[in-house]
Design a protein around this ligand. Structure first.
Ligand SMILES: Nc1nc2c(ncn2[C@@H]2O[C@H](COP(=O)(O)OP(=O)(O)OP(=O)(O)O)[C@@H](O)[C@H]2O)c(=O)[nH]1
Ligand SMILES: [Mg+2]
Ligand SMILES: [Zn+2]
Length: 284
């Protein structure tokens, strides 16, 4: 039979096929850690309850660990303190994998709207932005983008991924965790990715993370992932301008004039330097 892996814990995979779910082990090489992704389409023996084969993936992510995704919803919140470099990296990685990234500003019931404005200044040119409040049950903008898609919620711990899915499904699919009092950080409440069904869509809850290692890319290609730089980049003096230290750089001019949000550009520079370092050491 063919099915989709909905969940995996300690070598046991919940596989949904033909309208039923089966708890399966894995065969041979597939037993090794990291061989089967949540969202994988697999062949399995429904009598033996064994996954025998993983079909070719349309795409996959390593953070979170999921496959065959249409949309990745990167959830931000006023607390914990948002990490925009992390969301930049997740956006770039999604584009590389041909997955549409979306920014979701959750906990919109909190604060003064400063985060929504900051998200807007950073991403409105390149990424769709939606706003939710799981607490107020305000999830219409999320519902509107689901369609029949496979949608993965991702982001830092305690931004409210599980809460948003609970609000969407109107039941408690997973535990919700408070922030640590002192550090105002998440406690990594969700430990495993899991797929849930919402009307025609599949929605995946994942565990929060704060570290994200970018795949190796040539730093000169980094600018290709900044669609908001393109119209300016075409006017730089040098073809292949990295927009870092070249003269007559129209991207840097756009930063000076405020047309490109400075904080977004500054993170580009930081990421460029990291990429350059990684590229230099790529044979180590
Ligand atoms: N005020 C407010 N609090 C929220 C909202 N959504 C979630 N929270 C709170 O934020 C905390 C974390 O929520 P979770 O849903 O566990 O967050 P998570 O992103 O799933 O976290 P991990 O599973 O650790 O990755 C809990 O205390 C929630 O009650 C919201 O829209 N507004
Ligand atoms: Mg969670
Ligand atoms: Zn330039």
């Amino acid at each position: 039979m063919t099915g989709r892996v909905e969940k995996g814990i300690a070598g046991k995979f919940t596989v949904c096929g033909g309208g039923h779910t089966y708890l399966c082990a894995a065969k041979g090489k597939l037993k090794a850690d990291g061989e089967i992704y949540i969202g994988d389409i697999v062949a399995f023996d429904e009598k033996e309850r064994i996954v025998t084969k993983v079909f070719k993936r349309k795409n996959y992510l390593v953070r979170p660990y999921v496959a065959n995704i249409d949309l990745i919803v990167i959830v931000l919140a006023p607390v914990p303190e948002p990490d925009f470099l992390l969301s930049d990296k997740m956006i770039i990685n999604a584009i590389m994998m041909d997955i549409e990234p979306i920014i979701c500003v959750n906990k919109s019931d909190l604060g003064d709207g400063a985060l929504a404005l900051r998200a807007e200044k950073n991403y409105a040119e390149t990424v769709k932005i939606i706003h939710t409040s799981a607490t107020n049950g305000d999830i219409a903008e999320l519902t509107a983008i689901l369609g029949n898609k496979t949608v993965c919620l991702a982001g830092q711990s305690a931004v409210g991924k599980t809460s948003v899915i609970n609000a969407l499904l109107n039941k408690e699919i997973g535990k919700v965790g408070a922030l640590s009092e002192k550090l105002q950080r998440g406690k990594h409440t969700t430990r495993h990715s899991e797929i849930f069904t919402f009307e025609g869509a599949l929605i995946i809850d994942t565990s929060g993370f704060s570290e994200f290692k970018m795949p190796l890319i040539n730093p000169s290609e980094l600018t290709e992932y900044y669609a908001d730089f393109t119209e300016y980049g075409e006017r730089c003096r040098y073809k292949g301008c990295s927009h870092i230290s070249e003269d007559d750089c129209a991207v840097k001019d756009a930063v000076s004039s405020g047309a490109i949000f400075k904080e977004r550009y500054d993170r580009y520079v930081e990421l460029y330097r990291q990429m350059k370092e990684d590229w230099k050491n790529r044979f180590d």
